[in-house]
Every structure is written in structure tokens, then in C-alpha cells.
Design a protein around this ligand. Structure first.
Ligand code: AMP
Length: 477
């Protein structure tokens, strides 16, 4: 029997998630459900909402998509309250099942407390062992639970200080939203690797992963939470404090390349515009005579628009995507992934027959998608297929919250560009340079090697946060 996304074993310790928190709204839970719906691309495995009704917390968690599970009056009535936090889970960290769906909600010495996390901690296993040796009982296999225990153990007086105390012991990438009886909190790790923004809707405040989750409820963008900042939101408004001794910021450049929604703006940079600029840079860096520019939809579309504008070639939807199947990447066996690509994309034969095609995709990870698509275009009669990739070669795994396979499965970690071209079956293959990617992302001088402005570990192998947990470390090699 073919394995489905639900039955597969996951060998990784990572998660890609979306978070949302709202304070001071009569319809806190419906707003949170809508926000999570806008963040669905950050995680489709499961979702959870915890609401706060005058200090009493209610929760609902379910496997599957937000729209399928948070759509009934019954669920929304259960989630009464004027504040709420919510979470979309992608997969992989810990085991599957409702027990591992966030937010985590517990009763601490100071009352009810809930927390949700996007990112990945790189010393969670070590901390977990120490906590277990000290008598802590863990209910889940999620690294986020470590933060809960550390918060509970903190001797600081104020809950915000307890959270800072807890987070000063963890390493890795995280954007966290948390809630107690009277406040919501938002924290971004010292490098600001994952996104987190503040919004406002009337008198209500919002903390969420991306601005697209503000747009859906008509909230206005206030600002990004800064790297290493913890904000507290309550009846007095927003207060802010920072971790001591902050390093330079290193936001994840892959959020701009692929992961974030194109209509979001992160740290003042509009994701769609960056993707278009990447396409323009690609056209300048690796020009090729051709008839049309074709994206692999949807992720290759903005870069293909940029490439077409720069090269003067017509943009054509030479591949049509079915929107009724999930991302191919979610099914992690070669057998199912192979099937997934066929289900997802179809050649628009009348458009591509006899044409020399510039084919644009955002990235090559294992190479499965590119190989299938090139073959599909050739079978449909394309004269030539020149593949252009809107990111540099993915040579290293991510340990900061983007799901990537270990290095042995990364095509670019094991083959040079010519070998990859040959394996994919394209007539030519080129990737944007790391400097081109930085230029497209608004860094006019490219990557400053002494002090890079982004986390680009997946392309360079330079990991800004040390990898402490041994089994993660083994996968870096
Ligand atoms: P692959 O087929 O393994 O080379 O994967 C490349 C495809 O997966 C590209 O078309 C990307 O759009 C997509 N992709 C890249 N990284 C991720 C990720 N972390 N999660 C989900 N999809 C991804």
C-alpha cells in the first residue's frame, strides 16, 4: 500500500509553522482561525487555538487544515474569550498526532499559560535530558515543551522575565507567541531568523508570522518584532524589552525565496517584489536565447515574471497546476513524491510545443520536481528546456525551522551543476548567485562575506547558531 502523508515516518527534527495571537478582541478565536487560514502555507498537518475568557483558557486542536476544523459555530462558541493564540503545524518535530499540536497550554504557579512556537531549537534534546533528570515529566516529544518547563522553573517574578529567563537557555531559531491571564507575548530569537509582526485592529493587537494574516482580518501592520525583542501586550498597550548582548540580525533568506507568502512584507521587504527581482538578476546572470519563459507554478511565478521582464521574452503559463493536491514536498518518500508531481502539474502542450523554454523554479532540493517537469515538457514537444533556479544550490540542511532532508539527499550537496543538469535532463541549468540573491533582496553590494545580513546556511553552510544536539550535528556533516 502506498504510504500517505499521514502514515509516513518522519526522520527529521524540524518544523515549519505559523503563529497568531490576538489581544482585546470580542471575536478573538474567529480572528485567530482566519489568521491561521492565511498562514496555511506554513503548515497543514494540524492546527490549534487556545482562547482566554477572563483567565479561563479553552482550546481546540485538530489534525488537518484550518478551514476543515475551525469552521463551525460549535467550535467557536467553545473558544470564547477576548484573547487567543493559535498555531499551524507543518510536521516532523516529534511524533505526529493531536498531542503534539500547539499551542501548549498548562496551569503554572501563576495561573494558565499557553505558548506556540515557529522555528527549531538546536539544544532542545540536551535541555530535555537535564530537565528529565531533574524530575520533569514530558507529555509530548516537541522541543517547544522544553520552553514551557524552563518557564515554569524560572524564579523570575514577572512572567515576561520568566520567558526571557527560559529563552536565554535555549539556542536556535524561534518566533514565539504566548499568553497568560492578562497578557499576550511575542518573542523573536536573537538573530531574528523566523518572522514575527505586530498588527492592530481597532483596539485589538495582533502578533503573527506574516502580514498576510493581518490582511485577512483587515488589521493594519504596526511593525516587525525586532530580533531578540520580547513584546508584552495588555490593557496598557505594547511594552518592549530585549535580550542582552544581541548579535547582528540574520533573517532567513529562504523565507523570501520560497517559504513566505508572496503578498507578505517581512522586515520592510515585500516578498513578491524580491522574487521578481531574483528573476531579473537571473536573466542578467545567465542569459539564454529562448522563445518563452515558463514558471513551475506557483512558486516559480514571480521570478519568471521578473525574468521575462528583464529578458524581453514572453511569459507563458506552459505548466498548469492543480490546486487540489497539497505540496509535493509533504510526502517524503521518493515513490509518493514522484506520483505527487504528476498529479500536481500538467504541460500546457499547445503553448510549449516546438518552443525553446526558460523554465523557472524557486529551488532544487532532491531534484525530483525538476526532473519530472523537464521530462514532462520534453514529452509535450518542447524543443529545448533551459532551467533557471531562483536560489543558489541548496547544499546544506536547515536546522532552524525549514524542513529540508539531510545532506546525503540534497542533489547540490552531492553533484556539481553539470552533473545536476544531466540528471535533470535539461539543455542548460543555472542558479542565481548568492550575491545576486542578496542584491535582489535589497542588499545592493551583495553578500557581505565578513558580516552576511541573512541566514543563508542552506546555500553556504555557514550556520549562525551553533548546532548543539548530537543527532542534528551528525546531519550537518
Ligand atoms: P525537490 O523536488 O526535492 O527538488 O524539491 C524542490 C521543490 O520543492 C521546489 O519546486 C520547491 O518549490 C519545493 N520546496 C523547496 N523547499 C521546500 C520546503 N522546505 N518545503 C516544501 N517545499 C519545498
Amino acid at each position: 500500500m502506498a504510504k500517505t502523508a499521514e502514515t509516513l515516518d518522519f526522520d527529521k527534527l524540524r518544523e515549519e509553522c505559523g503563529v497568531f495571537a490576538i489581544w482585546g478582541a470580542e471575536d478573538a478565536a474567529p480572528c485567530t482561525a482566519l489568521g491561521l487560514h492565511a498562514l496555511q502555507h506554513r503548515g497543514t498537518e494540524g492546527a490549534g487555538i487556545v482562547s482566554n475568557q477572563k483567565g479561563k483558557f479553552h482550546f481546540h486542536k485538530a489534525m488537518g487544515k484550518v478551514g476543515d476544523n475551525f469552521n463551525s459555530a460549535e467550535v467557536m462558541e467553545k473558544l470564547a474569550g477576548t484573547a487567543a493564540i493559535g498555531h499551524n503545524r507543518y510536521s516532523t518535530a516529534g511524533e505526529k498526532g493531536v498531542i503534539n499540536i500547539q499551542p501548549f497550554s498548562v496551569e503554572l504557579e501563576f495561573g494558565a499559560f499557553a505558548l506556540a512556537h515557529n522555528g527549531n531549537l538546536t539544544n532542545a534534546q540536551d535541555l530535555r535530558k537535564t530537565l528529565i533528570n531533574g524530575g520533569c515529566i514530558f507529555q509530548t516529544t516537541m522541543d517547544t515543551e522544553v520552553v514551557m518547563h524552563l518557564t515554569a522553573h524560572s524564579r523570575a517574578m514577572d512572567i515576561g522575565d520568566k520567558i526571557i529567563d527560559a529563552l536565554s537557555q535555549v539556542e536556535g531559531a524561534y518566533s514565539i507567541v504566548a499568553m497568560d491571564a492578562t497578557n499576550i507575548y511575542g518573542v523573536r530569537d536573537p538573530y531574528g531568523i523566523r518572522p514575527l509582526v505586530i498588527g492592530q485592529l481597532g483596539k485589538a493587537y495582533i502578533l503573527t508570522s506574516e502580514t498576510c494574516a493581518l490582511d485577512i482580518i483587515g488589521a493594519t501592520y504596526v511593525r516587525d518584532v525586532e530580533a531578540g525583542e520580547i513584546v508584552t501586550i495588555n490593557s496598557k498597550g505594547i511594552t518592549s524589552r530585549k535580550f542582552p548582548r544581541l548579535p547582528s540580525k540574520r533573517f532567513c533568506v529562504f523565507e523570501y525565496v520560497y517559504f513566505a507568502r508572496p503578498d507578505s512584507t517581512i522586515d520592510g521587504r515585500h516578498v513578491y517584489s524580491i522574487r521578481k527581482a531574483i528573476g531579473r538578476e537571473l536573466a542578467l546572470e545567465s542569459h539564454q536565447a529562448a522563445d518563452i519563459v515558463v514558471p513551475v507554478p506557483d512558486s516559480g511565478i514571480p521570478a519568471a515574471i521578473g525574468y521575462a521582464a528583464q529578458s524581453g521574452l514572453p511569459f507563458e503559463m506552459g505548466i498548469i497546476r492543480s490546486h487540489y493536491i497539497g505540496r509535493t514536498f509533504i510526502e517524503p518518500t521518493d515513490q509518493v513524491r514522484h506520483l505527487g508531481v504528476k498529479l500536481k502539474h500538467n504541460a500546457n502542450t499547445a503553448i510549449i510545443k516546438g518552443k525553446r523554454i526558460i523554465l523557472i523554479d524557486d529551488s532544487i532540493v532532491r531534484g525530483t520536481t525538476s526532473k519530472k517537469i523537464v521530462q514532462m515538457l520534453k514529452e509535450a514537444g518542447a524543443a529545448e528546456v533551459h532551467m533557471r533556479i531562483a536560489s543558489p544550490p541548496t547544499t546544506h540542511s536547515c536546522f532552524y525551522g525549514v524542513d529540508t532532508p539531510e545532506r546525503s539527499k540534497l542533489m547540490a550537496a552531492n553533484h556539481n551543476v553539470e552533473e545536476m543538469r544531466n540528471m535533470i535532463g535539461a539543455d542548460s541549468l543555472a542558479f542565481i548567485s548568492i550575491d545576486g540573491l542578496y542584491r535582489a533582496s535589497g542588499e545592493a553590494k551583495g553578500r557581505n562575506n565578513a558580516k552576511p545580513q541573512f541566514c543563508d546556511a542552506c546555500f553556504t553552510g555557514e550556520y549562525p547558531v551553533r548546532i548543539f544536539d548530537k543527532d542534528i550535528e551528525a546531519k550537518v556533516a
